[in-house]
Design a protein. Structure first.
Length: 248
């Protein structure tokens, strides 16, 4: 059951009330209290004026009982026990409250996935406008924890809207085509090839952190490279970022 701040405050007042009630219980006899080194010593005084040490407390509030049969000592011991029990219960409730504020392993992580920035060559090579972006989003949508937040709510597509949820993570991808050297499988010799390069900057505000991911491969295997790239981004989010972000 969720623990609220109101419950904690109520528990604190209960501690004070319980102690006060016990301390107000009447007891017979006369007592004398002496303040010593920040603490106090309580004596029972008989009719002849003789003093008997009943209990004492140090400056930290720790109590030592010297006459367990004395009514005032019993009163103080009972008050101490009640205070300790209620204090322990309050500490447990505070711990439960703290746990409720932490993100649980299966809680969703809201991700803002920006439109990928394509270089000139990649723009020319893209089969249809937006194809690369849709390809990335499709791969993210298969994840049960990551929930994409739609940047432009007027745009239709595979991005899902999640109300007014704020992004836990922002992903800014770039895609480019570059000449690279690879090994020709037929000849076994180095040869030039056209490679597709996926890059992403992954950031969080709470706590502040930045990660960079890069994946590349032959342009003809663009789909495979894209899937590997998204897998890397998901790993950063789920393994490095997820344990540190707060609950919603």
């Amino acid at each position: 059951m969720a623990v609220t701040t109101r419950h904690v405050l109520h528990m604190t007042s209960s501690v004070c009330l319980a102690v006060a009630v016990v301390m107000m219980v009447a007891c017979s006899g006369r007592y004398y209290t002496a303040n010593v080194n920040g603490g106090k010593k309580v004596y029972r005084v008989d009719e002849q004026g003789a003093k008997t040490l009943v209990y004492e407390t140090d400056q930290d509030g720790n109590i030592t009982i010297h006459d367990a049969d004395d009514p005032r000592a019993k009163q103080q011991a009972a008050a101490q026990e009640i205070a300790e029990q209620l204090s322990a219960k309050r500490a447990d409730q505070l711990e439960q409250l703290s746990l409720t504020l932490k993100r649980q392993p299966n809680d969703p992580i809201y991700v803002s996935l920006a439109q990928p920035v394509l270089d000139t060559q990649m723009e020319k090579a893209e089969r249809s406008k937006g194809a690369v972006a849709e390809q990335m989003r499709s791969a993210f949508e298969a994840d049960p924890i990551i929930k994409l937040i739609e940047e432009n709510r007027s745009r239709s597509g595979l991005l899902r809207s999640h109300g007014e949820a704020n992004a836990d993570v922002e992903v800014s991808p770039k895609v480019s085509l570059k000449e690279a050297y690879g090994i020709d499988r037929k000849t076994g010799k180095p040869s030039k090839m056209l490679a597709v390069v996926f890059e992403a900057t992954i950031t969080t505000q709470v706590p502040p952190a930045t990660y960079n991911v890069t994946e590349s491969g032959h342009v003809l295997k663009n789909l495979e490279v894209s899937k590997r790239f998204v897998k890397q981004v998901r790993q950063v989010i789920l393994e490095k970022i997820a344990p540190t972000i707060p609950a919603h």
